[in-house]
Write a new protein. Structure first.
Length: 758
């Protein structure tokens, strides 16, 4: 299950989607852009050392380490990395705020004041800043140069071809709208809203959805392949609700500037394509009312996670009996897979999700005119493809995004195109990335940290008083069985490119960007269907490439993954003091390990199968403890919006955040006991103990500045809490934080009643 950290087959640490990836409008020291500025010049070092001399006699809370016996090393680290780290943390802290009152504001206050949200984004935070740097790295390695290897694999050649077709805006303008209109008219049956005459005599909604599914569109209903949650060695078929144009049901419940902008988006796009606008407004209203009716039956994230019998297991042969609706789901499923040369058998397992939605939408379809259905389905197709069209069409989307997301311009074309290639051909891109930008020392140190943090988690399991011995034993077995992936799959570093070439054999591109996208969509749809008959590789790298800034836990594999993209400062650096690394990537590691034991992960055994493996008594005590977390986070109020966070929706990530912080802290504590003199202090920050710096760097990774529209969308849909709550929640629940900063229970950032699951 994903935690951009989104719900699905993965649990990931970050929440920001590709749509919110940004490019900074100025050089940003946190990312190390213009690294030379931070070289050990006499001027920089003199300034920081002067700051240090000013502050060494001061103290924040207590400088006694948590063990009470650790020797404090007061030496300064003046390596280039330590100077850089000191600089980005000094520029983040607001020391006018007491850490025990509001630790998030203490760590992030100055950072928030000094950072602006880029015009092409609705948020700026550590993850997006790292993604910005990675975006430019991807652009760099995809840009042809005289130094490119003339014997590059075909996969990389075609990745460059795809990129070049995307950045060639003149060619996109010259091709215009004809390629996509030809597809709509010749394959999909036209778009009535822009046609003076449209013949509905041959309309068939099932046939229309099948044709669009060949281009990887799940409209109205979602179908696809996934790992069977009860038998993780096999794949199964899935039928579920699809998505909504506005994403969440709540947006449709009341008229707002967003719903007005959404209809304007439809109207403006259709008007740009038609000489006759007389019926467009009527058609737009019909489409919107249809989607609004569908939205009433759309399951929210909370409902998907917590409704009893949210999914039903059946077979292809029994599907019609289960879904006895006018829409023929059995025909839809078998025909879609047949288009990829996959023949379904009556015995093939089908997982049906959101069955109420499927019933109700099937019924609604029967009551809606063919014109409205055709208009709506093609609208959703166009909505997904507008980024590939000429500038005048993208401007219409920009106008909508300004209202819906709070952005004022689109990203740089090179960045958009780099993201396209990374999305569709990420492993080809990653082969270039790890060669140029990734240090294998990060891999080796990460394996060591995982071992230490896993040991800390097992120690926590053994010390737990609420688990009975049977459940505890099985939990320890599962923790020991967790498989880890660091950086990249080994084949990407090999000179043998056979696996990469096989993976991208069909990915051959020319100069037409829109036609390349159509080809990619068909390839991706075919790949998803054909995986049904393949073997589940439990030890293989997952579907996300190394070139992402995220981390994942995969329940079906009991696997944690830390791609190369996240192994960067402030999360990790090979030369960083360990308190920074453990407070950064260490907490991320703990977070992903804990996902194996959160409200969802606890339902999967060590082999990735969803079967009961805890006793009833242990489950009851777990529910009691996680309810404390749910209630606590539901009381957080979102700044400016005056709405509460949804602790039910975010509970899995909140449990992982709280557990991850503890595990990383205890692992770091063990490290300092064995290596008491290893960590030197940062210049300008020597008044803070290593333990305090652990917490400071943890909080810094969640510093965030966002638009209100972004915050609202996150609260409505995301399984992750906002960055502010990801700092305040775990630190206020942790007695070791109180000890580090000499906080008294009841202060703003220190709870009297602390919630603890792990």
């Amino acid at each position: 299950m994903a935690a951009h950290f989104s719900e699905g087959t993965l649990k990931s640490i970050s929440t920001d989607s590709a749509m919110s990836q940004t490019r900074s409008k100025r050089p940003f020291i946190v990312l190390g852009i213009l690294v030379g500025i931070f070289a050990l010049s006499t001027v920089v070092l003199a300034v920081i050392l002067a700051m240090n001399n000013k502050t060494t006699t001061e103290s924040i809370g207590t400088t006694t380490e948590a063990t009470g016996t650790t020797t404090v090393n007061n030496e300064l680290c003046v390596t280039p990395y330590c100077v850089k780290a000191a600089n980005y943390l000094i520029e983040s802290l607001d020391e006018t705020v007491e850490p025990c009152e509001d630790f998030y504001q203490f760590v992030c206050g100055t950072w928030i004041k000094n950072n602006r949200i880029p015009d092409d984004s609705n948020v700026v935070n550590t993850f997006n800043l790292l993604r910005t740097q990675l975006d430019y790295n991807v652009v760099d390695i995809l840009t042809p140069s005289s130094t490119n290897d003339t014997n590059e694999p075909n996969a990389i050649i075609n990745a460059r071809n795809l990129y070049h077709s995307c950045i060639n805006e003149q060619h996109i303008e010259d091709e215009g709208i004809n390629p996509i209109l030809s597809l709509i008219n010749n394959e999909f049956g036209g778009w009535p809203i822009i046609q003076s005459l449209w013949d509905n005599s041959t309309f068939d909604i099932l046939d229309l959805l099948l044709k669009l599914r060949k281009y990887n569109n799940n409209i109205l209903f979602g179908i696809g392949t996934s790992v069977d949650d009860r038998n993780s060695t096999e794949y199964d078929l899935r039928i579920s609700q699809s998505d909504l144009g506005l994403g969440q049901r709540e947006y449709y419940m009341n008229e707002s500037k967003i719903t007005v902008a959404y209809r304007r988006y439809m109207f403006d796009l259709a008007s740009l394509l038609s000489n006759d606008t007389s019926t467009i407004e009527h058609d737009v209203n019909d489409m919107y009312e249809f989607e609004k009716e569908i939205a009433k039956h759309y399951w929210t994230t909370v409902e998907q996670r917590h409704r009893p019998n949210a999914t039903i297991r059946t077979t292809v042969g029994k599907l019609q009996q289960l879904l006895n609706t006018t829409f023929d789901f059995t025909n839809y499923l078998t025909s879609a897979y047949a288009s990829a040369n996959v023949t379904l058998m009556d015995s093939d397992l089908v997982i049906v999700g959101e069955i109420d939605y499927l019933y109700n939408v099937s019924s609604i379809i029967e009551q809606v005119s063919p014109r409205t259905l055709q208009n709506y389905v093609i609208w959703r197709f166009m909505m997904h493809r507008i980024d590939t069209l000429p500038k005048r069409f993208r401007t219409i989307k920009d106008n909508f995004d300004h209202v819906f997301r709070g952005t004022t311009t689109e990203r740089a074309r090179t960045v958009i195109c780099g993201n396209y290639v990374n999305t569709f051909m990420g492993f080809a891109v990653s082969k270039l990335y790890i060669k140029k930008y990734f240090d294998d020392n990060a891999r080796n140190q990460s394996y060591e940290m995982i071992a230490n943090i896993r040991k800390a988690f097992i120690d926590m399991l053994e010390d737990s008083t609420w688990m009975d011995s049977m459940s505890k034993t099985k939990a320890i077995e599962k923790a020991l069985a967790i498989d880890e992936k660091i950086g990249y799959p080994d084949y990407l570093a090999s000179d043998n490119v056979t696996q990469l070439e096989i993976q991208y054999a069909d990915y051959v591109f020319d100069s037409s960007f829109i036609n390349n996208i159509f080809k990619l969509l068909q390839i991706k749809a075919k790949e998803e269907f054909q995986v049904l008959r393949k073997h589940v590789n439990h030890k293989g790298w997952g579907s996300s490439p190394p070139t992402v800034v995220n981390a994942f836990y995969t329940p079906s594999k009991n696997q944690i993954t830390f791609p190369a993209g996240i192994l960067q400062m402030p999360f990790f650096h090979k030369d960083a003091p360990k308190y920074l690394n453990y407070g950064g990537i260490g907490v991320v590691i703990g977070h992903e390990i804990t996902h194996g034991f959160d409200d969802s992960g606890r339902q999967f055994d060590k082999d990735g199968n969803r079967i009961p493996w805890w006793t009833h008594e242990t489950i009851e005590k777990f529910i009691e403890r996680k309810t404390c977390i749910v209630d606590q986070y539901s009381n957080f109020t979102v700044p400016n919006l005056n709405i509460h966070a949804n602790g039910n929706q975010t509970q899995g990530e909140d449990i992982a955040d709280n557990g991850g912080l503890r595990e990383a802290f205890y692992a770091y504590q063990k490290f300092t006991q064995a290596n008491p003199d290893a960590d030197k202090r940062l210049p300008g920050l020597s008044k803070y103990s290593p333990t305090q710096m652990f917490f400071i760097n943890y909080a810094h990774t969640w510093c965030t500045k966002m638009t209100d529209s972004y915050a609202l969308n996150r609260v409505l849909s995301d399984v992750h809490s906002l960055g502010q709550f990801r700092v305040i929640g775990p630190t206020s629940n942790f007695a070791e934080f109180d000890r580090a900063f000499d906080c008294k229970p009841g202060q703003g950032n220190s709870r009297v009643k602390k919630c603890t699951v792990w």
